[in-house]
Design a protein around this ligand. Structure first.
Ligand SMILES: NC(=O)c1ccc[n+]([C@@H]2O[C@H](COP(=O)([O-])OP(=O)(O)OC[C@H]3O[C@@H](n4cnc5c(N)ncnc54)[C@H](OP(=O)(O)O)[C@@H]3O)[C@@H](O)[C@H]2O)c1
Length: 245
C-alpha cells in the first residue's frame, strides 16, 4: 500500500462492496464509500466511514469522489436478483463504468481500478440467456464494460464472481481461474469470500491488468489468498474500443 492509501468503494453501501469496505477498514486502510443515499448508507455502515454522495449515472458526481483515491473498488450494479429494464442496465452497469473511467482520467487517478462482474460474461449458456432475458442483457453490457476498462489505459483488475450467496466467508476452498466459467449453480461463492479476494488483489502485483474468475472449490480452505493470485497472467493487450451508440 502506498504512503497515504485511500480506497474508494463504489457499491460499498451493500452486498460485496459493503463487506469489502469493512474488511479494508479492519486492516487499517482508510475507505471512502460512494453513496446515492448517505443517510441510509450511514445507518448500514456505521459512523467510521467517510461517505461521499454520488450516483454513477450522474458523471459530475464522480470526480470529487475520485480526488485523492489511491485505488477504486467498483462493485456497483443493478440490484442482485431483481429484474430490470435494458435501459437501466445500460445506464448503470455500462454507463456507470464508463463515467467512472472518464472521471478517473479527468482527475489523473493513477491507482488500480478493481471491477466486480459475473461469471458467464463470455461463455453463453441457458443460464446466461435466462439472466439476460430478465435482467436487461446484463452480461452483454458487462462484457462491454470490461472492454472499456481494458482499453482505458488505467491499471485494472477484473474479478468475475460466481453466483453470490450470503454465507460466512473462509469456510470453503476458492478456485481462481482465468478459464472463462459458465454461469451455473455449480459455481457459487459467498459475498464475504469475494470481498477478501478484492482486498488481496488490491496491491497484488500479479492482479494488475488481469481478468479472473473466482468461485468455491471443493473442501475447506487450502491456500492463502495471495498465493492463489500468484498464478495470474496479464490479459492480452486491449484492442481499441469503440463504445456502442
Ligand atoms: N447476484 C449474483 O449472483 C452476482 C454474481 C456475480 C456478480 N454480481 C454483481 O456483483 C456486484 C455486487 O453484487 P452484490 O449482490 O454484492 O451487491 P448489491 O447488493 O447488488 O449492491 C449493488 C450496489 O451498487 C450500488 N448502486 C447501484 N446503482 C448505483 C448508482 N446508480 N450509483 C451508485 N451506486 C449504485 C448500490 O447502492 P444503493 O445502496 O444505493 O442501492 C449497492 O451499493 C453487482 O454489480 C452484481 O450485479 C452479482
Amino acid at each position: 500500500m502506498s504512503a497515504d492509501p485511500l480506497v474508494l468503494v463504489i457499491g460499498g453501501t451493500r452486498g460485496t462492496g459493503l463487506l469489502t469496505a469493512h474488511s479494508l477498514q479492519r486492516q487499517g486502510v482508510p475507505v471512502r464509500v460512494f453513496a446515492r443515499n448517505p443517510q441510509s448508507a450511514r445507518a448500514r455502515l456505521g459512523p467510521t466511514f467517510e461517505l461521499i454522495t454520488g450516483d454513477i449515472t450522474q458523471p459530475d458526481t464522480l470526480p470529487p469522489a475520485l480526488e485523492g483515491a489511491t485505488h477504486v473498488v467498483f462493485t456497483a450494479g443493478c440490484r442482485s436478483g431483481r429484474p430490470t429494464t435494458e435501459r437501466h442496465i445500460r445506464e448503470t452497469e455500462y454507463g456507470g463504468v464508463v463515467n467512472t473511467l472518464a472521471a478517473a482520467q479527468r482527475v489523473g487517478f493513477g491507482g488500480r481500478f478493481l471491477y466486480m462482474t459475473a461469471s458467464g460474461v463470455t461463455s453463453r449458456s441457458w443460464s446466461t440467456a435466462i439472466l439476460n432475458f430478465y435482467k436487461g442483457n446484463t452480461l452483454v453490457w458487462r462484457e462491454r464494460a470490461e472492454h472499456a476498462i481494458r482499453a482505458s489505459g488505467l491499471e485494472y483488475t477484473i474479478i468475475r464472481a460466481g453466483i453470490l450467496l450470503n454465507r460466512t466467508g473462509g469456510q470453503r476452498a476458492l478456485l481462481v481461474t482465468q478459464r472463462p466459467l459458465p454461469l451455473s449453480i455449480r459455481y457459487r461463492i459467498a459475498r464475504a469470500d469475494v470481498a477478501e479476494v478484492f482486498v488481496a488483489a488490491l496491491n497484488h502485483p500479479r492482479a494488475g491488468r488481469a481478468t479472473f474468475e473466482v468461485v468455491w472449490g471443493d473442501g475447506p480452505p487450502r491456500d492463502w489468498l495471495p498465493t492463489l493470485l500468484d498464478q495470474l497472467k496479464p490479459d492480452a493487450p486491449a484492442d481499441s474500443y469503440s463504445p456502442p451508440a
